[in-house]
Design a protein around this ligand. Structure first.
Ligand SMILES: [Zn+2]
Length: 313
């Protein structure tokens, strides 16, 4: 819930309606629907919970008496249009919005944020913005030691578990192939994803920014790429998983653990040729699917080696 009215621009003081449109363009689709113009200002300001984007000209500055400046670092700029990145963003506001409200109103889901500095001091999401504040917003750093400041959530677990949004089926298979505990169904509702993530302490991976803005969500990551292999590289890089890769450990179909089994114990209708040429067999403990080191094995191995190579390159 937004508790103050917010005005922001990504390029200093906007001077034309073109600038307004550019700013609105980085908002969620819901915010775009709520695109508001100057003549709606009085009703907006009398509303209980509003967020809006306006040109910050003289009239606006008078009505919105407070200003803070925001700066977003590193990949948090992915949420802004090209040409609008790494800029200082002035935010005009009244009331007492929290820093979390403003960050999400600008378009960055809170799950992407690990550290917020206001006037060089770390604060948490519930910090109420004051006139003149200078706010720096940082993404999750895996390798930088910033242990003496307030992180916004516990450090990620070394063996992270994931739940994937319905459009990431291929990525789910890839993550399982590398041994990562990955829940996925192509018919989950958003509410199910959020509740499973909370109950099982799973990180939500999604290309839908909206789900990451749900208050109950504490750990999530917005997948940038649309290409499944690049998505996998993104996840492995972002969560620094290179050293945790455990190939051929999980069932790609159901996420169950696969265990080596004796060749003689396999009685299903597997082709005789397969039994003849291969000796190592694995069975999923959950769904019973049989795996063996067939022709796709080398391709998978090469794929994994390439991924690991990217880390050391
Ligand atoms: Zn299985």
């Amino acid at each position: 819930m937004i508790t103050g009215s917010v005005v922001s621009s990504l390029q200093g003081e906007p001077r034309s309606t073109h600038d307004i449109d550019m700013v609105v363009a980085i908002q969620s689709s819901k915010a775009q629907d709520q695109k508001i113009h100057f003549n709606h200002l009085p009703e907006l300001l009398s509303g209980a919970a509003t967020m809006c984007l306006f040109p910050a000209d003289g009239a606006m500055s008078k009505m919105m008496s407070n200003i803070a400046t925001f700066r977003f670092y590193e990949e948090l700029n992915d949420f802004f249009a090209k040409g609008k990145r790494k800029a200082t963003i002035p935010v005009y506001f009244r009331g007492n919005p929290t820093v979390k409200d403003i960050i999400e109103s600008i378009g960055v889901p809170h799950t992407e944020v690990d550290l917020i500095l206001v006037n060089s001091k770390s604060v948490n999401f519930s910090y109420h913005l004051k006139n003149g504040d200078r706010v720096s917003v940082y993404p999750v750093f895996e390798s930088l030691d910033i242990s003496n400041v307030t992180h916004l959530r516990a450090k990620p677990l070394r063996q992270p578990k994931y739940i994937l949004d319905v459009h990431l089926g291929k990525l789910a298979k890839y993550l399982r192939m590398l041994g990562f505990d990955t829940r996925y169904k192509n018919n989950y509702h958003d509410s199910q994803i959020v509740s499973i993530a909370g109950n099982e302490k799973r990180i939500i991976l999604t290309r839908d920014i909206g789900i990451l803005k749900i208050k109950k969500v504490t750990c999530g990551y917005w997948i940038r790429s649309q290409n499944p292999k690049k998505q996998l590289q993104e996840v492995i890089g972002h969560f620094d998983l290179y050293s945790s890769i455990k190939p051929f450990h999980r069932c790609m179909d159901c996420n169950g653990i696969i265990k080596k089994v004796k060749k003689e114990s396999i009685h299903d209708n597997m082709e005789e040729k397969t039994k003849k040429y291969y000796n190592e067999f694995y069975r999923c403990k959950s769904c019973g699917k049989i795996y063996w080191q067939g022709s796709h094995y080398d391709r998978m191995k090469k794929f994994i080696e390439d991924l690991k190579g990217m880390d050391s390159a």
